[in-house]
Design a protein around this ligand. Structure first.
Ligand code: PRP
Length: 221
């Protein structure tokens, strides 16, 4: 990778869409990103940035190993996959939360038996119950975790809740909020030294734009 290029790993999907919108608002040339087809590495030519589209956990892997200088990834993935990198900024989009949920109308904390918890985020679930000093069995589920309590596999789930629609439409409810989530900008520890100026410039452009947006919202209210 050339010293002048900033390579950014970007989580595919919704965070990708929000990030491209942010860059567009910053006046960057996002033509390649908007017309990407099946390409996975895309240039922002006027800013000498190369965007790598990847799955969330892989964004962390690429940044940690230094093949990407910076990354955009959800706090959910950061919490589940700890690693060595700097978490520099809260990008303010991709907002949702981790919550403990289960069948509607059930008192989750009732009784003394060890509860079974299903989650795609087993580390997050484990540390949540550890912080409560509560012993639970944790079962890893890869997706549609809401099925686990419905099928009788688990007493509760620790999962991402955004609109709450999936829970509602399946007769489930939030028992307790765990932690709010949003998109974060992460930086490789060596890149932070070697490309300090360029990375700091980019961060301050982003932070100013986010601040502008916050001020606009305040003015509307
Ligand atoms: C996530 C999450 C919930 C759903 C929550 O799943 O695991 O299932 O979104 O969103 P809501 O509160 O707006 O309904 P995702 O769609 O990422 O798929 P997955 O279940 O396969 O992980």
């Amino acid at each position: 990778m050339s010293d002048n290029v900033i390579r950014m790993a970007l989580t595919k999907g919704r965070l990708e869409k929000d990030t491209v919108e942010l860059f567009e608002n910053l006046g960057f040339d996002v033509t390649a990103l908007k017309d990407k087809g099946r390409k996975l590495i895309l240039p922002i030519p006027d800013k000498n940035i190369e965007v790598v589209l990847a799955k969330a956990a892989d964004v962390i892997t690429y940044v940690e190993h230094g093949v990407c200088d910076i990354g955009v990834v959800g706090k959910d993935t950061i919490m589940e996959h700890s690693g060595k990198y700097f978490e520099i900024a809260d990008l303010g989009f991709g907002k949702c939360k981790f919550a403990l949920a289960g069948k509607k109308g059930v008192d989750f904390y009732e009784g003394y038996g060890v509860k079974t918890i299903a989650s795609k985020y087993t580390n997050v679930a484990r540390s949540f119950f550890e912080s409560k000093g509560m012993d639970v069995d944790i079962v890893k589920i890869e997706g549609s975790v809401e099925l686990a309590p419905l099928l009788g596999l688990a007493d509760g789930i620790v999962d991402i809740v955004e609109t709450g629609t999936t829970l509602r439409e399946n007769g489930l409810e939030v028992y307790e909020d765990v932690v709010p989530i949003s998109a974060r900008l992460i930086v490789n520890t060596v890149s932070m030294k070697l490309k300090k100026e360029r990375i700091e410039d980019l961060i301050s452009l982003i932070e100013n734009k986010l601040q502008e947006k916050t001020n606009d919202k305040k003015n509307i209210c």
